[in-house]
Design a protein around this ligand. Structure first.
Ligand code: BTN
Length: 335
């Protein structure tokens, strides 16, 4: 089984423990001796770890003689804090944290092949090669968004794996609702929108045999505290901060999201696809009565959304009145 510390780039256990210790004490001064004792290093090494935290952008004040404190408690998703909040749940066991990695989906794939158990959570403060659907880039500014991938090993036929994308969308929808009181729109199959702008997206990948899934990784990106977006996203993306005018705790949002995901995931495994389809339709205006343009690799056509099939595929009534089930492709609303 893969251990946390063998994964290149994972946040060092002692660094995470130091950060947790500082964060749990708010802005109170902690002596170097106590820090050394609690994280299991020598007093002189504490200084080096503090310097490392500073390099990572954490505002630690103080000197070796006087002790240290946080100038401002950072919203960093330290594995200890995440594990503590999710104790006893599927996602509270194996949390892999990176200050910086290329893509949490890439890491999760590697872990999946190495035999990592179901429920592993891979988190990054920043991604240098965040991946979106259809080869797009997912802008992953440091500390601003949630960049998280879940590793699952469900007993599912590969054809049902896309329902996990929808499940993740439902979880993001519900986390945003409870954190900010806003009703996000779920655009089939993997977009989460607020006021027509993209606030989140899901990228699910799997490793499967013809009739059985080996593992699925569900990558979730949510724009939380971004102030602005650059390039082509400037007009098409938004964040919780932009929509509400205030900062939001990524930890709180993550905890809500993972709790919701676990509860819906268990029901899906017990009750089958119908449960997810029903939940998605309830949370998504988009699935019914929206005028859309569908672009598959082979063709582009106009129509109106007419619900989801029993397996969670989008049904579109074309302009010539025929019903089409969309297997894959881009579906955009036509206003
Ligand atoms: C999309 O809407 O195009 C999907 C975006 C998925 C982004 C997330 S961020 C965490 C995970 N790691 C990645 O590289 N991508 C997903």
């Amino acid at each position: 089984m893969t251990q946390n510390h063998t994964l290149p780039g994972t946040t060092d256990r002692r660094l995470a423990a130091l950060l947790t210790l500082l964060a749990e004490n708010g802005t109170i001064v902690i002596s170097g001796a106590r820090m050394a004792r609690e994280i299991g290093v020598s007093r002189s090494q504490v200084w080096q770890w503090v310097e490392r935290l500073r390099e990572l952008g954490v505002r630690v004040k103080g000197q070796p003689g006087n002790g240290y404190f946080l100038e401002k408690v950072p919203d960093i998703l330290t594995p200890d804090l995440v594990r503590k909040r999710l104790r006893g749940s599927l996602f509270g066991k194996r949390v892999h944290h990176f200050f910086k990695t290329d893509s949490t989906n890439r890491v999760a794939m590697e872990l999946g092949h190495a035999g990592e158990p179901e429920g592993a959570v891979i988190l990054a403060e920043e991604q240098t090669d965040g991946r979106g659907r259809a080869g797009r880039v997912w802008q992953s500014e440091r500390g601003a968004g949630l960049y998280v991938t879940l590793l699952l090993r469900p007993k599912l036929a590969p054809v049902h794996a896309p329902l996990l994308t929808m499940l993740a969308g439902i979880s993001v929808h519900s986390a945003i609702q409870s954190q900010a009181g806003l009703a996000a729109e779920l655009k089939w199959p993997n977009d989460i929108l607020l006021g027509g702008k993209k606030i989140g997206g899901i990228l699910t990948e799997m490793h499967a045999e013809p009739s059985q899934v080996r593992f699925v990784i569900v990558g979730i990106g949510v724009n939380v505290n971004q102030e602005k977006f650059s390039g082509e996203l400037a007009g098409s993306a938004t964040s919780l901060r932009k929509e509400t005018g205030r900062l939001h705790s990524r930890l709180e949002l993550l905890v809500k999201l993972l709790q919701q995901f676990e509860s819906d995931y268990n029901r899906f495994l017990r009750e089958g696809p119908g449960y997810v389809v029903q939940r998605f339709e309830l949370a998504s205006d988009f699935a019914n009565g929206k005028k859309v343009r569908v672009s598959t690799g082979a063709e582009t056509y106009l129509g109106t959304t007419a619900g989801l099939s029993a397996d969670g595929l989008l049904i579109v009534k074309r302009e010539n009145e025929t019903m089409t089930t969309v297997l894959a492709g881009d579906v955009t609303e036509v206003r």
